[in-house]
Ligand binder design. Structure first.
Ligand SMILES: NC(=O)c1ccc[n+]([C@@H]2O[C@H](COP(=O)([O-])OP(=O)(O)OC[C@H]3O[C@@H](n4cnc5c(N)ncnc54)[C@H](O)[C@@H]3O)[C@@H](O)[C@H]2O)c1
Ligand SMILES: O=c1ccn([C@@H]2O[C@H](COP(=O)(O)OP(=O)(O)O[C@H]3O[C@H](CO)[C@H](O)[C@H](O)[C@H]3O)[C@@H](O)[C@H]2O)c(=O)[nH]1
Length: 320
């Protein structure tokens, strides 16, 4: 099969593109390199440096589907620059869907997010939970989910939205790398490497056991496997929405402690003010993904996830 992977020079997109290639598919990556890296594109994929808003230039009926990762994805930034999120995520996805419709591309797998739920009433979160995002990032992703539901109902698109909880870990040469780094685990690893003095803990007065935010960390390779299953499960005219997480929450402090244990290095921490838009607790129920996709994540251990991320962090700092 032939797939377009938008955002395939970024963290999750590059790992999924690599899995698609290993499964024998033909892959084209479309990425404007705003947060991704040219060297992140897996060998064997065709690379187009371009924007999803111009997808019509490249999409044609030879494609069997699109895996859509390209987005702006920082919760905190979205609170101070919401317009960027409506433009890139919502207008960008609208253009992409239009290009797919015009070209007759039948299938879509979309990177949605736990941030669509906002502060949950019940944990673990199921897909039927209320969606009340606490950040423009989450709101923009929820808007795209609604857009896709309409596209499936009106035009017969076969679509799956995968609502990732917190993606972590690495897969071979592909791992989490943002510049400047923005996500918790790679930032804590930079402290362990001595590249940063300390890690800021954004708030220790949340209603959680140790006062810091709790998240559900999912290994990027488990996540990638769900995308391949989603391509098989997608049905014309239907929009399936599945959470992807391990169903277990770890606090910011527990993540920092795990990094100390795995790396054997000291990690000084400093309590800082809360970051805008952060819900206190996000933990998934992934029962739908297990039932509808046949997904069975096998890398749930946080220390193992951190160890893979650590190996990748060491690898990229040797390259610098
Ligand atoms: N990392 C997580 O924990 C997480 C959790 C939930 C959802 N997601 C979603 O998964 C997707 C991938 O996230 P990531 O962590 O790999 O981010 P990333 O920043 O590493 O990757 C995003 C990629 O999209 C590209 N891009 C952005 N806007 C584009 C545009 N208009 N046209 C073409 N390319 C564009 C960037 O250059 C980058 O390579 C995003 O949609 C994000 O919202 C990520
Ligand atoms: O220096 C830091 C960085 C982060 N955090 C905290 O660590 C937790 C995790 O933060 P990340 O930035 O690593 O991840 P988020 O939970 O904000 O968001 C991630 O997961 C979400 C879903 O849960 C979204 O989908 C989003 O795309 C993705 O970046 C949050 O409580 C955050 O406040 C810190 O305390 N210090």
């Amino acid at each position: 099969m032939k797939y377009l992977v938008t955002g395939g020079a970024g963290y999750v997109g590059s790992v999924v593109a690599q899995h698609l290639l290993e499964a024998g598919h033909e892959v084209t990556v479309l990425d404007n390199l705003t947060t991704g890296f040219r060297e992140g594109v897996p060998a064997g994929a065709t690379f187009i440096e371009g924007d999803i808003r111009d997808a019509a230039k490249w999409l044609d009926a030879s494609y069997d589907g699109v895996l859509h990762f390209a987005a702006s994805s920082q919760v905190g930034e979205s609170v101070v620059r919401p317009e960027k999120y409506w433009d890139n995520n919502v207008a960008g996805s609208l253009a992409l869907l239009g290009a797919m419709r015009d070209a007759g591309v039948p299938k879509l797998v979309f990177s949605s997010t736990a941030a669509t739920y906002g502060e949950p009433e019940q944990v673990p979160i199921r897909e039927t939970a209320p969606t009340r995002p606490t950040s423009p990032y989450g709101a923009s992703k929820l808007a795209v989910d609604h857009m896709i539901t309409g596209e499936a109902g009106a035009h017969g698109l076969a679509a799956v939205s995968l609502r990732y909880f917190n993606v972590a870990g690495a897969y071979g040469a592909h791992g989490e790398r943002h510049d400047p780094e923005s996500h918790l685990i790679p930032l804590v690893l930079q402290v362990a490497q001595g590249r940063r003095e300390s890690i800021s803990v954004f708030g220790d007065d949340y209603p959680t056991p140790d006062g810091t935010c709790v998240r559900d960390y999912i290994h990027v390779a488990d996540l990638a496997e769900a995308h391949l299953l989603a391509l098989t499960a997608a049905r014309p005219g239907e929009h399936l929405i599945c959470n992807l997480g391990n169903g277990e929450g770890f606090s910011v402090r527990e993540v920092i402690e795990t990094v100390r244990r795995v790396t054997g290095h000291p990690v000084p921490e400093v309590v800082a003010p809360r970051r805008g838009g952060d819900p206190a607790v996000l933990v998934a129920s992934a029962d739908t993904a297990r039932e509808k996709l046949g997904w069975n994540p096998s890398r749930a251990d946080l220390a193992g996830i951190v160890a893979d991320a650590w190996e990748f962090a060491q690898h990229i700092s040797r390259e610098r």
